[in-house]
Design a protein around this ligand. Structure first.
Ligand code: ZN
Length: 81
């Protein structure tokens, strides 16, 4: 089986909080890269012990993607601004 690669290009993300420093995670299992059921809330990445449920692996931590601020910057660049 292919090892999960976190390029993130086609992967769904889930963000927590509304501020520019809100964490954004890839909504996949870090072990098998299946889509997971994300929790409604999550702690900061460095403190998170589990923030999603994988059908196979149970409680897992979604791979950290970026900060909300970075997403907004990327979106602006895509729009050519
Ligand atoms: Zn899994």
């Amino acid at each position: 089986m292919k090892q999960a690669e976190y390029t993130g290009e086609n992967w769904p993300t889930v963000g927590y909080g509304g501020g520019s420093d809100a964490p954004v995670f890839y909504r996949v299992c870090p072990i098998c890269s299946r889509f997971v059921k994300a929790d409604k809330q999550s702690q900061m990445p460095e403190y998170t012990k589990a923030n999603a449920t994988c059908k196979v692996h149970g409680r897992v931590v979604m791979p950290f993607c970026c900060w909300q601020d970075d997403v907004l910057v990327v979106k602006r660049e895509e729009q050519g601004e």
